[in-house]
Design a protein around this ligand. Structure first.
Ligand SMILES: [Zn+2]
Length: 154
């Protein structure tokens, strides 16, 4: 999905006779304050899906979902991510789970913790066991590979 630039005012100024289009800024609203726009630094943590059930929860037929997961064991969604957003009324930043419907319209909810397990094995919220578990798993995997190679070259 192609990102829409935040501003198109430069183009609007070059064509004064044409009716100005409203700038297509993405609209993110605070889950606690429905009238309040909230902003982040734009750093997005995209979600990986690993199961057909997760696709079905997003409205895909179960047979299609199973086929998609078979074809893409790790499917990265382009229209869902986690992002830290600031709300002046809340007086702070919170991690939000964002679903993009079109360049402007997004739904925003507080990110449930479990979603971090679907973001590149990294949890930036607290010093975490996930990374070390992942590292150990990786280390085991490499050990396994080394053993295999040794056997191969012997
Ligand atoms: Zn708020």
């Amino acid at each position: 999905m192609v990102a829409t630039p935040d501003r198109d005012s430069a183009e609007a100024e070059l064509t004064p006779r044409r009716q100005r289009r409203r700038p297509k800024r993405r609209e993110l609203l605070c889950p606690a304050h429905p009238e309040q726009r909230i902003e982040g630094n734009g750093k997005k943590y995209f979600l990986h899906l690993l199961s057909a059930e997760e696709l079905q929860q997003r409205g895909m037929a179960s047979k299609t979902a199973r086929l998609v997961i078979q074809a893409h064991p790790v499917l990265v969604l382009s229209n869902e991510w986690l992002e830290e957003l600031f709300c002046p009324q809340c007086g702070g930043s919170r991690w939000c789970h964002i679903t993009k419907h079109d360049p402007v319209e997004h739904s925003v909810r507080w990110a449930p913790r479990h979603l971090w397990e679907q973001v590149a094995h990294v949890d930036p919220i607290e010093a975490n066991p996930t990374v070390s578990q992942y590292t150990r798993r990786e280390a085991r995997r490499h050990n396994q590979k080394r053993l295999d190679n040794k056997r191969f070259y012997d």
